[in-house]
Design a protein around this ligand. Structure first.
Ligand code: FES
Length: 169
């Protein structure tokens, strides 16, 4: 047995989730078309997508692991590491970029001691806060826009961001 096979076999998901995934696959004419939905389901459950989860997904959909790896690395909504308890997602698409989202991202990174040049998810050492850039959150008229976990905030100034951080503490 090679290492890849043994990693895949050591990764397991709860029976209920696997049944949900099997059902989800039936909604698509071809198994590979279910890739994104399946990755969302795994990320919702585990909080991120591990290498083992990518290999499991590939085997499930009769694909090569590289096919799944390409999706996970292409789409910014997928994470390869666990995120913090409070996830700050700053929109970086055009309206928000023009409205100051890069300054907002920089402010949050500096506040949390993270690298403001990194666009992917970064998490504080205590696992409490994550900051990441994401694409358009559909609030372009009130830039810059940010989400904290599932809550949506518009016209976020640095001061407003500080208040949100304080509320999380
Ligand atoms: S560009 Fe930021 S919400 Fe659309």
């Amino acid at each position: 047995m090679n290492n890849q096979t043994s990693d895949r076999m050591s990764f397991s998901i709860p029976g209920g989730l696997e049944a949900e995934i099997d059902e989800l696959i039936t909604h698509y004419p071809q198994k590979p078309s279910a890739s994104l939905m399946l990755l969302h389901a795994l990320q919702d459950h585990f909080g991120y997508i591990s290498k083992e989860a990518m290999e499991w997904t590939a085997a499930k959909l009769e694909l090569q692991p590289i096919n799944i790896y390409e999706l996970v690395t292409f789409y910014p909504m997928f994470r390869q590491q666990p995120a913090g308890k409070y996830q700050f997602k700053v929109c970086r698409t055009l309206s928000c970029a023009l409205g100051g989202s890069h300054k907002l991202h920089e402010h949050l990174c500096e506040k949390f001691g993270l690298d403001s040049d990194a666009h992917g998810v970064q998490t504080t050492k205590d696992g409490k806060f994550s900051v990441e850039f994401v694409e358009c959150l559909a609030g372009c008229g009130t830039a810059p826009v940010m989400m904290v976990n599932e809550d949506f905030y518009e016209g976020v100034t640095n001061g407003k961001a500080d208040d949100l951080v304080t509320k999380c503490k």
